[in-house]
Design a protein around this ligand. Structure first.
Ligand SMILES: [Zn+2]
Length: 314
């Protein structure tokens, strides 16, 4: 089954990575330019959909110039090694903090296995190593020249993860935010924060949203899934929802410092984020996979614990 692709304005196409065999979980975005660039590729186990999608769009093996990864969580970057092999001219662009984990993914795979458990074999798969000369680690404010005047401004945008970056296409005003704004999967009525372990940081997550607002993008593309409109309202919504979500978790954690209690409290409080009337059969699978309450609760609890000790994960 292929998820296919969707034409968006300004020479951007959304390619459905078909993560877990489910439609519209994680989007890859292909930017049409002299140096064609893909933003996100999804996990290794489903990446063949993306590679086939690129070929269907007429991309020969030598054509893809860049694969930009917002961060190295496996639902975004797991298939990067496979994309690198299928498109041998592509440079893999990632935060300088995350770059070494793509060259030697053993630690990334091991820690992912601890977080994902059995899903590692059924949904994600191992990230395969990429030759160091093919990986470009970038810092805040670097630009990627796509040719013909099209450039991507890369921003270090921690919060969801310490190695998170966003890519801003200043020509079209499109801002690709990975997970740093949250998720709004088809079937969800609101943007929901993405606050997973091991290095979610609430203060940095709000700061990143402020930075996006200052950019005043024309369109904001979430990895999970698609555009949120209008952009400034969406960024404000993300800010408010994050405050409410973290405040709810913090109050629950103060009552009972137990994962189950915090998880159940979030689940009760935010059940209405999911449109129960939706006829889309993939809604539940999508939300459970990408926006589970337990992993969000775990990330926040870890953040609260570190903060109580005067520390941060970043
Ligand atoms: Zn992530």
């Amino acid at each position: 089954m292929t998820g296919g692709w969707e034409q968006l304005p300004d020479g951007i196409r959304a390619i459905d990575t078909m993560t877990a065999g489910v439609t519209k979980v994680t989007a890859g975005y292909l930017l049409d330019a002299a140096r064609p660039t893909l933003v996100e590729c999804g996990p290794a186990l489903s990446v063949q959909h993306v590679i086939d999608g690129l070929r269907d769009l007429g991309m020969d093996p030598g054509d893809l110039a860049y694969l930009v990864l917002s961060h190295i969580h496996l639902d975004h970057a797991g298939g990067a090694g496979d994309v690198a092999r299928a498109f041998p001219s592509a440079t893999i662009v990632v935060s300088e903090i995350g770059a070494r984990h793509l060259v030697d993914p053993e630690r990334l795979n091991n820690s992912s296995r601890r977080v994902y458990g059995d899903l590692m074999d059924s949904v994600y798969g191992d990230c395969t190593p990429i030759a160091p000369e093919r990986v470009r680690g970038v810092g805040d404010g670097e630009r990627l020249d796509l040719g013909g005047g099209r450039r991507l401004l890369l921003l270090h945008t921690p919060g969801h993860a310490k190695h998170h970056i966003a890519a801003y296409d200043d020509d079209s005003g499109a801002l690709f935010v990975g997970d740093s704004v949250g998720v709004k999967l088809p079937g969800m009525t609101m943007i929901r924060p993405a606050t997973p372990p091991p290095d979610f940081d609430l203060v940095l997550a709000h700061r990143t949203l402020d930075r996006y607002k200052a950019l005043a993008p024309k369109v904001v593309y979430l990895a999970h899934y698609g555009a949120v409109d209008p952009p400034l309202e969406a960024l404000n919504e993300a800010d408010e929802r994050l405050r409410l979500w973290a405040g709810t978790a913090e109050a629950a954690y103060a009552e009972h410092a137990e994962l189950d209690h915090v998880t159940d409290t979030l689940a009760r409080r935010f059940a209405d984020d999911i449109d129960s009337a939706s006829e889309d059969p993939d809604v539940e699978a999508r939300v459970t996979l990408l926006s589970g309450y337990a992993s969000n609760a775990m990330g926040l609890m870890r953040y609260f614990d570190l903060r109580a000790q005067g520390r941060t994960a970043n």
